[in-house]
Design a protein around this ligand. Structure first.
Ligand code: BGC
Length: 472
């Protein structure tokens, strides 16, 4: 194809990257780009309703059922770790497509499972996909978003996670005891993930590659095209300025890889891993995954009522995350994180003291209200910001592998909390005050961590952040 020179930018307009030929708009790109989050939320949330049904259908032991729940977390840890170098090498887009294919295979196998082993294999495949999506999506969104709106647009990932969790709860409720077309209810619950997985594949095929990845690979022309496609509110001169900034920083980058990650990028690694571990150690998934069990075991709720409690929490979580997308670029990230930690520490402390000293039989409603406040604190801060930060604080040359390490730390923390929560609850004689006190201590410790190790990234370009982190 003949090459023409753009009169404004002087960049040769050669054969466009095929994904830039479609008339895509920003809303499509960011929504489909964040869709991996919905599968993340759905696949981790769905099992709370489906596992008791699978347990009785397959005649499983309690530990086998527990393993079906946690195998997805093991897969996610491996998926997150292995995707990093691949995404720095092959690009964010291609690997999003690979993770969509894994989502399809895993969801299909889950729904068609004939026994324990097949179910575990399917859940591990799903985990690989969830882990991969959790490492790829934050970096992809951060690399596409303009700096003034990067916080809000990257928060779309968390919004999708919370929407996925809510959909999972709704699907649990909707399919429970409805064996449509003679197919067991839990198969419908798990199989319904095929729909968002197919959407992710469709979106992945159309989405453009990240402009920063393209620059890093020397494909400046297509980087310019992609930037033009998503920066519809500015003229080509400004797009060119942005491209120049990306090129300048990319030119100074050393080769990348594990050596640089533990060397010049170490401050970013410490911040990302710490943030991700704290995000889990404040105990969010004890609520997201196990709340019905807490109300059944701790307060003697019947099962049906307990499921409704979790639907309520899912709604609060989702609604608060919508609010988070609106405030994300108004307040500093560190400011929001510290506020969130204070809210969580206070609510967890009250919950612990109340459940240790009060008459437990009268505490179900106050516990519910306090948990809602705790979720609000998390959803406006640590929920979205951890994923926003992990996508933005690593230098371009190690962004893929850095996000991988950060995400893997998140899955590891998630695995630890999920494995030990019910044991901890039992150790405290089913009094939720015990585990909540421990989570409260971690919430408190997160405050000095943020103050000391986390950089403020609001309103800065990824290239400015990179320079600051390198100076550290
Ligand atoms: C966490 C998940 C959690 C979800 C709840 C995410 O940011 O990483 O583990 O289930 O928030 O909304």
């Amino acid at each position: 194809m003949a090459e023409a020179t753009d009169t404004v930018t002087g960049i040769e307009a050669a054969e466009p990257h095929w994904s830039t030929r479609f008339p895509l708009n920003g809303a499509f790109i960011f929504t489909f780009g964040a869709l991996g989050g919905m599968l993340f939320g759905f696949d981790t949330g769905i099992i709370s309703g489906a596992s008791p049904l699978i347990e009785s259908d397959f005649g499983l032991s309690v530990s086998q059922t527990g393993f079906i729940t946690s195998s997805v977390l093991i897969g996610s840890c491996v998926g997150a770790l292995s995707i990093g170098t691949l995404s720095d090498r092959f690009g964010r887009k291609k690997l999003l497509i690979v993770s969509a294919i894994l989502f399809l295979i895993g969801s299909g196998m889950c729904a068609a499972s004939t026994g324990f082993l097949m179910m575990v294999a399917a859940r591990i495949i799903l985990g690989l996909a969830v882990g991969a999506a959790s490492a790829l999506t934050p970096a992809y969104l951060a690399e596409l978003a303009p700096k003034e709106r990067r916080g809000s647009l990257s928060t779309l990932f968390q919004l999708m996670i919370t929407f996925g969790i809510l959909l999972a709860y709704a699907s649990n409720l909707g399919f429970l005891n409805h064996n449509l077309l003679g197919v067991r209810d839990w198969r419908w619950m798990l199989g319904s993930a095929l729909v968002p997985a197919a959407l992710l594949l469709f979106g992945g095929l159309l989405l453009p590659e990240s402009p920063r990845y393209l620059v890093n690979k020397g494909d400046e022309r297509n980087a310019f095209k992609v930037l033009t496609l998503i920066r519809t509110d500015v003229d080509q001169t400004q797009v060119q300025l942005e491209l120049d900034e990306i090129k300048e920083v990319a030119a100074q980058d050393v080769k990348g890889g594990v050596g640089e990650l533990f060397g010049t990028a170490r401050p970013a690694l410490i911040a990302a891993v710490g943030i991700m571990l704290f995000q889990q150690l404040v105990g969010i998934n004890s609520v997201i995954y196990f709340l019905p069990q807490v109300f059944i075991k701790g307060f003697g709720f019947p099962e049906n009522d307990a499921i409704w409690v979790s639907v309520g929490i899912g709604v609060v979580n989702f609604a608060a995350t919508i609010a988070a997308t609106m405030i994300m670029d108004r307040f500093g990230r560190k400011q929001l994180l510290i506020c969130g930690s204070v809210v969580m520490t206070v609510t967890l402390a009250i919950l612990a003291v109340m459940n240790f000293t009060g008459d437990v039989s009268k505490l179900a409603v106050p516990t519910m209200v306090l948990i809602a406040c705790y979720i609000l604190g998390f959803a406006l801060s640590w929920g979205p910001i951890s994923w926003v930060l992990v996508g933005e604080i690593f230098p371009l040359s190690v962004r893929g592998i850095g996000s991988s390490f950060g995400s893997a730390a998140n899955w590891l923390g998630n695995f630890v909390v999920s494995q030990f929560f019910l044991m901890l609850l039992a150790a405290f004689g089913n009094n939720v005050g015990g585990p909540f006190a421990i989570f409260g201590v971690f919430s408190l410790l997160s405050i000095p961590f943020v103050m000391r190790f986390v950089p403020e990234t609001k309103g800065k370009s990824l290239e400015q952040i990179e320079e600051e982190m390198t100076r550290r």
